[in-house]
Ligand binder design. Structure first.
Ligand SMILES: Nc1ncnc2c1ncn2[C@@H]1O[C@H](COP(=O)(O)OP(=O)(O)OP(=O)(O)O)[C@@H](O)[C@H]1O
Ligand SMILES: [Mg+2]
Length: 430
């Protein structure tokens, strides 16, 4: 029995995973009506792939999942004639174009196979899914395991499958089949499309790199029929990428996803707590009000706030304090913050100058660009670099440099950093 079951919940109400493309996700989403509307309009009515720019943990992936689910529901309820269907696998962008494309085609093929029956029942024309299934089982698609090395075999894939050579299981053949499936089932935009996510574009090192990859797939995965990709990224990368003239006809202007408003946060938690409750009024480790407090401390990062709430609940259990009365839990939460923050601070002693820099980054909202060194009291980016590295080693900031765009705010305070900041200030004001 999990600790959540013990205290009256069917599952972890503070789970950090994105909301699902299902009824539960649709019930739990709070404060995103405007963004859902914007995204859905773009998905239904434009030819460009929508894009979302928003800080890490702000809810990008969740937004797309719920938008796609609700769009499918509207079709089923007869409100819309155009069917949108979520692709469950998120496609991660990588600097290796071939690998990126392969995972995109693979995600589409899997979604097609698992939706084939449903599409058929709804009266869509469907290509025999057993064909695609065979391809999905061909080891070359999985990369790495099982296949025979295809050096000298041609094509840009590295593995093939000996057993299927008679049928010519080449990657080009696979892509062709995926395309045929899509154009057969969704011959026009009015019929509908799959909705896929190309996620975390900021994981590419530089914006030039992200642009290069997207430009190289412009006439590939970005031009397939029957599929709408939603490109998600943080730290200004989407804004930087959409400026590429070569991509301007293909991808839309970013939807700017601001953090969920403070005022919406208690309701967001209330919904989770009642959704997962297995008995009336279980005693939550972190109630709506305390969660709002964690959200403030975390500088409005939902994922980090959930992570803290979850870690705190586990700690309460370890300390045998799960049954403490609510007022006492409040105090215990402060105690947990203090313990967690001081562990981090002790683990990596810093020079006063580094603390000053850290405080300045906090004062700037927790983010800064490497090009901003003067405003932070340094003569050069190089001089600041050493101190940033110390802060990074102390797990107080994440720091990267985009050589192509030093104005991008690629340096940000980590979730530990925000806890440490809270702890330091609580200490000085007491
Ligand atoms: N509007 C919302 N209402 C309720 N919960 C939300 C909402 N948006 C996000 N969440 C929750 O917040 C957390 C972070 O959401 P999500 O993973 O979608 O963010 P993200 O922006 O995609 O993050 P990353 O940048 O790390 O990919 C998840 O636990 C998710 O369930
Ligand atoms: Mg995400």
């Amino acid at each position: 029995m999990s600790l959540w079951n013990q205290i009256g919940y069917s599952a972890n109400p503070y789970a950090v995973s994105p909301l699902g493309s299902n009824e539960e996700g649709s019930e739990l989403i709070v404060g995103r009506d405007k963004e859902l509307r914007k995204l859905t309009i773009q998905l239904r009515s434009t030819d460009t792939h929508p894009t979302i720019e928003g800080e890490n943990g702000s809810g990008k992936t969740s937004l797309v999942a719920v938008a796609a689910y609700r769009a499918e529901k509207e079709y089923r309820n007869g409100v819309q004639k155009q069917l949108l269907l979520a692709i469950p696998d998120l496609v991660q962008m990588t600097s290796d174009v071939a690998e990126f494309e392969r995972s995109a085609y693979f995600a589409i093929a899997k979604a097609y196979v698992s939706n084939a029956q449903k599409l058929d029942d709804l009266g869509f024309e469907v290509v025999d899914a057993s064909e695609l299934k065979k391809w999905l089982e061909a080891p070359f698609i999985y990369g790495g395991g099982g296949g025979v090395s295809a050096a000298g075999f041609g094509g840009n894939f590295t593995r093939s499958v000996a057993a299927n050579t008679s049928q010519g299981f080449t990657e080009a053949g696979f892509r062709q089949l995926v395309k045929i499936c899509l154009e057969t089932t969704f011959p026009t935009r009015e019929h509908g499309a799959f909705v896929g996510v190309i996620d975390n574009i900021e994981l590419l090192r530089t914006s030039a790199e992200a642009r290069r990859v997207l430009e190289s797939v412009r006439d590939g995965v970005l031009s397939l029929p029957g599929i709408r990709w939603v490109l998600c990224g943080a730290k200004g990368i989407v804004r930087s990428v959409v400026s590429s003239p070569r991509l301007s006809g293909r991808i839309g202007r970013p939807i700017d996803l601001q953090p969920v408003l403070d005022a919406d946060v208690p309701e967001l938690v209330r919904r989770r707590l009642s959704h997962f409750a297995t008995r009336p009024d279980p005693d939550a480790p972190v109630g709506p009000e305390e969660f709002a407090h964690l959200y403030k401390i975390s500088n409005m990062n939902l994922r980090n706030s959930f992570k803290h709430a979850q870690d705190f609940a586990v700690w309460l259990d370890e300390e045998d304090n799960l049954a403490a009365p609510p007022g006492e839990k409040k105090e215990l939460l402060e105690r947990w913050i203090e313990i967690t923050a001081s562990e981090y601070a002790v683990a990596s002693p810093l020079q006063p100058m580094q603390w000053t820099l850290f405080d300045k980054i906090i004062a700037a909202g927790g983010v800064m660009a490497p090009g901003d060194y003067e405003a932070f009291g340094f003569n050069s980016a190089q001089a600041m670099r050493f101190h940033l590295q110390r802060l990074e080693e102390a797990n107080l900031i994440d720091s990267a440099i985009d050589e192509d765009d030093q104005r991008r705010k690629t340096i940000s305070v980590t979730s530990n950093g925000w806890l440490v900041n809270y702890h330091r200030n609580a200490g000085s004001s007491n």
